[in-house]
Write a protein that binds this ligand. Structure first.
Ligand SMILES: Nc1ncnc2c1ncn2[C@@H]1O[C@H](COP(=O)(O)OP(=O)(O)OP(=O)(O)O)[C@@H](O)[C@H]1O
Length: 581
């Protein structure tokens, strides 16, 4: 049973157990909530006996009813507390676990997943869907299942008591529920469309915030806002349409339910007139009719929640089923040579961007990747750090296939300085410290000085405690890049990946940084991308990548003498330098 609940509702083992407990307590609560009816029945029975002269009032005194009332209230109170604890408190634990599990899952996904995925959709799945599931599981599902079960119990009891009247009371229920079930497709379609429009709105807002600079500089505010208003209007219209459809169907079903009360009144009156039931039985059925329809109303209005639940669970399952990167967590290579062996790679199984690449970047050497834009240099560098897994072929690090090494373990051996620097909205000190969380102040300062950060940081009013804003928005491109170099220096990993590491620096700083980079790269395996040819001229090995394939390799002199792609690129840059002079 636990497994069935786990699979049906995408819950953990503990979550399924708590869910069953919550449902059982909700059934007990539903039964306990019938105690006022029992109280009234007991009272009515005696009152009617007195009224019709069959007994006198002294049989049970006021004290008896007082005690009975207090007793029933105490039972209802305690059951309600247990029901609350078992459904609400436990589901919040489950929800917290679900978010942590999803976050863990994200941590182990290859970066390819994030580049192909809409991030607002991802955030919504983690936050919104989790919150909705939390709310549905705490406020609706156990109560709904409990209500369905307890209504069945009540119906069975009434059938035994007087089946013709029970039928008169309950014949409406299957029809009312049928209306909702038959409309499942319409409700789901409306929900999914509404959901899609809602995502469109949040995507557009997010995109607008991320590209606000471009929108303003190209005077696109009006177009952007008009598009946004259009999407919001679409969402609003869909919400209204959805409410009308769902609300309309629900009203029809609920009104149908009320017909049961009418039929109990008419059929009961006929039976009474014929003398086949007494007044007491008639009154009991009228009372039960007033009680039983409210849980049935709840069932009707919450059935749709079950339909929507499936949509959310499906999205959660899709995310849980994504292939995560795994591997050994113990990794002790003999050396840090990186070898590409016949590597093929394409993003999202589309165009092949790396084709049959084979080369070795040796420890203690600088291996440079050059070539025309879009040739696959950045992709190859990122493949070397298992940001993605290859489609075919192998990448070995010190003899280990990196596919067999757990990505976080693997990345401990890498320092990366990429063109697009990512800084956290934290102090400069903390941003540098990311390279080595237990670094001493002295180590941080040494790295900062080597990376030429010290001078500009000292000019800031709070120095190293200056908070840099979201992604370092308060700093210039060159300053951001120097911080990322300081980080890499602090990490001091055996492999260094440099992708246009000095692209945002002026000539003076570039020269200084080159000194720092020589420090950073000494005795390391260095894989470097640079568009400025003079930066790569001293590399031990230069690989020329064009359209995803290696077209030339060798050192600077060898490549110049080949008079191929490299030599042409070198020539062009020399000429453009001469022109600028
Ligand atoms: N995340 C991605 N998803 C899909 N295609 C991508 C992605 N990143 C790069 N590409 C494509 O892969 C090819 C190689 O890109 P890559 O960035 O590796 O080239 P590059 O040689 O580093 O270019 P540049 O010198 O301009 O930085 C290009 O055709 C590019 O459009």
């Amino acid at each position: 049973m636990i497994n069935a609940v786990k699979n049906r509702f995408a819950l953990s083992h503990q979550g399924a157990l708590d869910f069953i407990k919550g449902t059982v307590w909700s059934i007990v609560l539903n039964i306990a909530l019938m105690l006022p009816v029992v109280f009234t029945v007991v009272f009515l029975e005696e009152y009617l006996n007195i009224a019709f002269g069959a007994s006198d009032m002294n049989n049970r005194g006021v004290g008896y009813y007082l005690l009975l009332g207090i007793g029933f209230m105490a039972i209802m109170f305690w059951v309600a507390i247990f029901q609350y604890k078992s459904t609400f408190v436990s589901i919040y634990d489950e929800s917290a676990n679900r978010r942590i599990t999803l976050a863990e899952k994200l941590r182990r996904l290859p970066l390819a997943f994030f580049s192909g995925k809409n991030l607002s959709d991802l955030t919504a799945t983690i936050m919104e869907d989790s919150t909705d599931l939390e709310h549905t599981f705490s406020h609706a599902v156990p109560q709904l299942i409990a209500t369905i079960i307890s209504v069945h119990f009540m119906a069975l009891g009434l059938m035994f008591y007087h089946w013709p009247l029970a039928l008169a009371l309950l014949w409406v229920a299957p029809f009312a529920i049928g209306i909702i079930l038959l409309s499942k497709k319409i409700q789901l379609r409306s929900f999914k469309t509404g959901y899609r429009f809602k995502r469109n709105v949040s995507e557009q807002i997010q995109e607008g915030l991320e590209t606000i600079q471009e929108i303003k500089s190209y005077n696109r505010e009006k177009t952007y806002l008009n598009n946004l208003y259009k999407t919001i209007d679409q969402y609003e219209s869909q919400l209204i349409r959805g409410e009308l459809v769902v609300g309309g169907l629900l009203n029809i079903a609920q009104s149908f339910l009320k017909l049961g009360l009418v039929s109990v009144i008419i059929v009961g009156a006929k039976f009474m007139a014929a003398g086949s039931i007494d007044l007491f039985t008639y009154l009991i059925f009228l009372m039960v009719a007033s009680r039983i329809y409210s849980p049935l109303d709840i069932v009707l209005s919450n059935l749709a929640v079950l339909f929507y639940l499936d949509v959310r669970i499906k999205r959660m399952r899709e995310m849980e089923a994504l292939p995560a990167q795994s591997g050994k967590t113990i990794f002790d290579p003999e050396n840090y040579d990186i070898t590409f062996k016949n590597v093929d790679f394409s993003y999202h199984n589309e165009k092949q961007v790396i084709k049959q690449i084979s080369f070795t970047a040796k420890q203690g050497e600088i291996t440079a990747l050059v070539g025309p834009s879009g040739g696959g240099k950045s992709t190859a560098t990122k493949l070397a750090a298992r940001f993605w897994d290859t489609d075919k072929g192998k990448i070995l690090l010190g003899g280990y296939d990196i596919k067999d090494v757990e990505p976080e373990t693997l990345l401990k051996s890498y320092s990366v300085v990429f063109q697009e620097v990512v800084l956290f909205n934290a102090s400069i000190r903390d941003n540098i410290k990311i390279g080595k969380m237990d670094a001493t102040e002295e180590e941080i300062m040494k790295a900062a000085k080597l990376a030429q950060c010290h001078d500009f940081v000292h000019k800031l009013s709070k120095g190293y405690d200056t908070v840099v804003g979201e992604n370092g928005e308060t700093l210039s491109g060159g300053e951001r890049q120097r911080i990322s170099i300081a980080r890499a220096l602090l990490k001091d990993a055996p492999i260094v990946l440099l992708d246009e590491a000095t692209a945002s620096l002026d000539a003076e700083n570039e020269t200084k940084i080159q000194v720092a980079i020589s420090e950073l790269t000494r005795n390391k395996t260095v894989l470097m991308i640079a568009h400025r040819m003079r930066t790569v001229a001293n590399a031990d090995k230069i690989i020329v990548l064009e359209n995803g394939s290696i077209v030339e390799s060798g050192n600077h002199e060898e490549l110049l003498s080949k008079k191929g792609v490299y030599s042409t690129m070198w020539q062009i840059q020399q000429e453009s330098l001469a022109w600028s002079v």
